[in-house]
Design a protein around this ligand. Structure first.
Ligand SMILES: Cc1cc2nc3c(=O)[nH]c(=O)nc-3n(C[C@H](O)[C@H](O)[C@H](O)COP(=O)(O)OP(=O)(O)OC[C@H]3O[C@@H](n4cnc5c(N)ncnc54)[C@H](O)[C@@H]3O)c2cc1C
Length: 502
């Protein structure tokens, strides 16, 4: 087995991983390990933008207020404070690094999205914000002598020595095992777990590996019941599903059912710009009643193609012209608010193990994420992680024989097993949950566990993460943010200070 030593190991090449590596590279050697192509991430798919209080009439306090309100009283105010106050300088830094944020009248163009009380969303090439930011960061990382990017290399477990994280075990594309060791520390920036669900906007890489690996190593996870279902994925069977950004509704598009009714007024006073969980449940309820749901963006006319070029192209490819036709939409799993519990420096409960981005739970999202706060969280906390990690003294990497976990390969079996987990999670731990459904889901996952061969890592990780989500969802006997219990439909003040930690 190959053994490689470096100062810092970063797992993941999304916005959080890249930003961490770039913030660390003046302090030592960084190796980024990523399991597919370097562009394969949810970050690359992000459309709408990144939030920051930089516009006229806006302030970090207002951004804070919107974030806390959307988080349904479960956010950590200190984390939110830190994020909203670091947001303007982070945007400045990204702009200095050459991120081509869209401009209007010589200033940053700012869009409005659901639950934001003011226009504060920066974007790149209209609706290609994630690709715009990520490619610029990738280019910058490539130019750095201190950063090495190792693609198509899956981290399968953390290497622990007496309770301390010292590195990671990997397999590359040719199935060769290796052990990467870090003198300073390991950062998990492995993103979310949308692939746990039958319908999702998340990239195929989002199989929850980081949550499962951290859990196996003994790290604490929290708030895992809170899943955000995006209301408007394009209702065409494919994995991942294509997202119709919330910014389209921000520009005036409205939701209609197949009777032509603008039904959102029946569900919330903010109508189409109500919080995501409300809109998702409203659409889901319409669909449960047997109605199809559409997004009518025809009011944008020819402006649609200019403002949302990527969405326009994707729709046209399916014979839908958003300037004239209603776009069929459906909710889909999109984001997880919970994750590996970290402090304000991204430190997990395991020494030398850090986490940032979607895999971490810094507390900024509470029970529900405010649109465009996720790219922001990744960039802000990556800088915090780097600052802390760089200050640590190097650890000894002397050790006895190291055993690498075995690998099992059977693509067909893997597909079938993954699909079963996805069905279970969609049916029993989805948009509307009940105690009996969650228990049924848990039981089915337990039975499925026996069928997953040792060494089928993504499947195991999906199963472990799914079990954690269901246990957390069973525990929370109320409805709040991204967690809705049909049997406990009210939000209960008693639960506003409680977090499930596992
Ligand atoms: C379609 C879509 C649109 C979105 N739009 C927005 C938006 O407009 N604004 C916003 O704020 N948020 C948006 N989000 C959410 C946001 O994109 C993500 O939350 C964020 O990009 C997560 O960044 P990350 O770096 O934590 O993870 P990711 O970008 O998902 O990166 C994870 C990385 O880890 C790697 N990885 C995972 N497991 C392993 C392993 N075992 N070994 C090695 N590598 C591994 C992956 O290959 C990948 O490189 C959107 C999400 C989606 C899916």
């Amino acid at each position: 087995m190959t053994r490689i030593e470096t100062d810092f190991i970063v797992v993941g090449s999304g916005i959080a991983g890249l930003m961490t590596a770039l913030s660390l590279c003046s302090s030592g050697q960084v190796i980024i390990l990523t399991k597919a192509r370097q562009e394969e991430s949810n970050s690359f798919r992000a459309q709408g933008g990144i939030a920051a209080a930089i516009g006229e009439g806006d302030s970090p306090e207002l951004h804070r207020e919107d974030t806390l309100r959307t988080g349904a009283e479960l956010c950590d105010p200190a984390s939110v404070d830190l994020m909203v106050h670091m947001a303007p300088q982070t945007i400045q830094l990204l702009a200095e690094w050459g991120i081509p944020f869209d401009q209007e009248d010589g200033d940053f163009a700012l869009a409005r999205e659901g639950s934001h009380s003011i226009s504060r969303i920066l974007h790149v090439s209209g609706d290609s914000t994630g690709a715009g930011i990520t490619s610029s960061l990738l280019k910058r990382a490539k130019e750095s002598q201190q950063i090495e990017m190792v693609t198509h290399t899956m981290v399968v477990d953390l290497f622990m020595d007496q309770g301390v994280c010292k590195g990671v075990f990997t397999f590359d594309l040719e199935h060769r095992p290796a052990c990467f060791l870090a003198r300073k520390g390991v950062v998990l920036a492995t993103g979310g777990c949308g692939q746990l669900y039958r319908y999702t906007t998340n990239d195929l890489v989002a199989t929850g590996d980081g949550f499962a690996m951290a859990y196996r190593a003994g790290a604490k996870l929290t708030d895992m019941e809170f899943i955000q279902f995006h209301p408007t994925a394009l209702a065409v069977e494919q994995n991942p599903m294509f997202l119709i950004s919330e910014a389209v509704r921000g520009e005036g598009a409205i939701l209609l059912n197949d009777a032509g009714e603008a039904f959102m007024s029946r569900y919330h006073e903010w109508k189409d710009l109500a919080p995501r969980d409300v809109v998702s449940r409203a659409i889901y309820s319409e669909m449960q009643e047997g109605r199809r749901v559409y997004l009518d963006a025809t009011c944008l006319g020819s402006r649609f193609a200019k403002r949302f070029p990527k969405i326009y192209r994707e729709c046209l490819a399916r014979d839908i012209d958003p300037a004239k036709d209603w776009i069929p939409v459906t909710p889909a799993a999109h984001f997880i608010m919970g994750g590996i519990r970290t402090d304000l420096d991204g430190q997990t409960t395991i020494p030398r193990l850090f986490a940032c981005g979607e895999v971490a739970c810094t507390g900024v999202h509470g029970a529900n994420r405010l649109a465009s706060n996720s790219l922001l969280e990744g960039t802000v906390f990556a800088q915090r992680v780097a600052q802390k990690l760089a200050s640590l003294a190097p650890q000894s990497l002397e050790m006895e024989k190291v055993d690498h976990p075995p690998l099992f390969i059977d693509k067909q079996k893997e597909f079938v097993l993954k699909r079963r987990i996805q069905e279970i999670m969609w049916n029993y731990a989805g948009i509307i949950r009940t105690s009996s459904g969650l228990l049924k889901g848990l039981k089915q996952l337990e039975q499925l566990k026996e069928e997953i061969p040792v060494g089928l890592f993504e499947c195991h990780n999906m199963l472990v993460t799914a079990q954690i989500i269901i246990r957390s969802a069973l525990w929370r006997q109320e409805s709040r943010g991204g967690h809705y219990r049909y049997d406990y439909p009210e939000t209960n003040a008693e639960w506003s200070t409680k977090h499930y930690v596992i």
